[in-house]
Design a protein around this ligand. Structure first.
Ligand SMILES: [Zn+2]
Length: 78
């Protein structure tokens, strides 16, 4: 009886490490991708420049620290 409980515990541990853990890391990766990457090609979303308020499409926008800028000057990029 004790052996059966131990076997179930081992199976549970294997399930936890093989199935649960990769899912958690995958979700973290997806979230990181969504935060850092630009919108997909073809998606023309108008955004407001953080500095001067000019509306530009995300295709043309410069993204710095997660904020949109209309030009390198506004973004403070040399
Ligand atoms: Zn601007």
């Amino acid at each position: 009886m004790l052996k059966l409980v131990f076997t179930l515990a081992v199976i549970g541990a294997i399930y936890y490490f093989l199935i649960k853990k990769p899912q958690v890391t995958q979700k973290r990766q997806e979230r990181a991708d969504a935060e850092t990457s630009k919108p997909k090609k073809g998606e023309e979303i108008m955004v407001e420049c953080e500095k001067c308020g000019t509306f530009i499409s995300t295709h043309e926008a410069i993204i710095k620290d997660g904020k949109y800028y209309c030009s390198k000057e506004c973004a403070g990029v040399k």
